[in-house]
Write a protein that binds this ligand. Structure first.
Ligand SMILES: [Ca+2]
Ligand SMILES: [Ca+2]
Length: 449
């Protein structure tokens, strides 16, 4: 059987490497999953019984709406476990179709214009200008290798879309795109959405593509088993995303609880975990008192804290994997007290703390990030305060606030002037955050012997 979305024409060698690597990874994951599914079905009689009540669901493509909250940042109505955009070079958006390996694009003027072939005939038929506002969503339409019409909508990351340096632009612009649509349907009476997470036009990359079920606006990674109203279902997705099969899953299960003993002024609203083998993913914050999940070792893919208009994200960092055992509840105590971690970089006669590299960390090692990015950025009242002290006499040499950040792309620095290069200094940053309380972090610069 041929897979419906395999490219006929191979792109140039230099572009195939990452694509091939992704393909290989996907196949390896598939192989591992097949083996584990096989072993579960051989050793678990209950699962074999579950497979008999397998149901088939048809899905259709839908472009999702998005809000523009600033000129830089496009926000989707869905929470995703990562924001990775795919870099497209060589003038092709690598979504394969019946007539070729992708859809052509090119620069239409010297600076900001981009033109796209959206119907696969290689003729540019749509263009837009990369002005101040966010680039629009465009929809590609063509036929797949089996002759069936398909659609694929793209959103673009504005930043770095076109290199500002003409020398680096090369013959083709480099664009960063991500899926702006989903295969949607209903499963066990609830909505389900499959999203292509790695921009390859396929919807069956477990642990890489995204999935949301029920009324939730949270997508997890595509998972072999999904939780719906407390029940677990085994999922089998067609590569084209047009159909999926599901059947009830009989375990073994345990409960993973990340919310009951999370400490902090904010609420842990979302906690997407991924099993270490990359085949199972759940939002364990979706259920009060923990979520029933298959046994395994889970890591935190991405979580979200909210309080009022404020929001921050959290990722695994140095957290130990959460081990879920059959019939047992694993409750993790984590969160507060938090502290700040940051590098201090010497640049000529100045010590600089790049705001982008300040991390908030909990005692178990998890990392909080994007904490300057408020949904309503006007709501930011106080920003981190930086201070440089000379250790020898405890004298404050420099003090300044980081500028309020409009978005996660801001660059702000703490600059220490007039510090003698031979003196070790202490750089301290404090921040009173509505999400984390009072935060502090310090580093000592070496000084020169
Ligand atoms: Ca065209
Ligand atoms: Ca995919």
């Amino acid at each position: 059987m041929t897979l419906p979305l395999t490219p006929r024409i191979r792109p140039k060698a230099d572009e195939t490497a990452p694509a091939l690597r992704r393909e290989l990874c996907a196949h390896l994951r598939w192989l591992v999953a097949s083996l584990s599914l096989w072993s579960t079905s051989v050793f678990g009689a209950a699962n074999a019984a579950g497979a008999e009540d397998s149901k088939r669901v048809s899905l259709r493509y839908e472009t999702l709406s998005y809000r523009e909250i600033s000129e830089f940042y496009n926000e989707w109505p869905i929470f995703l476990p990562n924001d990775d955009f795919v870099g497209a070079t060589g003038g092709w958006i690598p979504i394969p179709h019946a007539e070729g390996p992708g859809f052509r694009f090119e620069r239409t003027d010297k600076t900001k214009g981009l033109g796209f072939d959206t119907d696969g005939d290689t003729e540019i038929d749509t263009s837009f200008s990369m002005g101040l506002r966010s680039p629009p969503i465009i929809t590609l339409r063509a036929k797949d290798l089996e002759g069936r019409p398909f659609e694929y909508s793209l959103r673009f990351r504005r930043r770095n879309m076109l290199s500002p340096f003409p020398r680096l632009r090369g013959p083709f612009p480099r664009v960063f795109f991500a899926a702006a649509g989903a295969m949607v349907g209903r499963m066990a009476g609830k909505p389900i959405r499959l999203i292509d997470g790695n921009g390859n036009g396929r919807y069956d990359d477990y642990g890489i593509d995204f999935l949301s079920v029920g009324e939730s606006d949270v997508a997890t990674y595509l998972s072999r088993i999904v939780s719906l109203r407390g029940k677990l279902y085994r999922l089998d997705v067609d590569p084209s995303g047009r159909t999926l099969r599901y059947s009830s899953d009989q375990g073994p299960f345990g409960v993973l609880d990340l919310t009951t003993k999370w400490q902090g002024p904010a609420t842990l609203e979302t906690a997407v975990v991924l099993e270490q083998r990359g085949q199972l993913s759940f939002d364990v914050a979706a259920a009060r008192g923990g979520l029933r999940v298959p046994v395994g070792r889970y890591v935190l893919a991405r979580g979200r804290l909210t309080r009022g208009d404020g929001q921050a994200l959290v990722r695994n960092g140095d957290l130990e994997p959460f081990v879920v055992k059959a019939g047992q509840t694993t409750t993790i105590e984590w969160g507060s007290p938090f502290h700040l971690e940051f590098p201090c970089v010497e640049r000529e006669d100045q010590w600089i703390v790049p705001a982008q590299q300040i991390v908030i960390r909990g005692p178990r090692g998890e990392e909080y990030f994007d904490w300057l990015l408020f949904k309503n950025w006007r709501g930011i009242k106080q920003t981190p305060l930086g201070e440089v002290r000379r250790i020898r006499d405890n004298r404050v040499l420099h003090q300044s606030r980081f500028p309020a950040a409009k978005n996660s792309l801001c660059e702000s620095f703490l600059v220490s002037k007039d510090a003698p290069p031979t003196d070790p200094l202490q750089v301290r940053v404090t921040y009173q955050s509505p999400l984390f309380g009072l935060l502090e972090g310090k580093v000592q610069t070496g000084g020169q012997e």
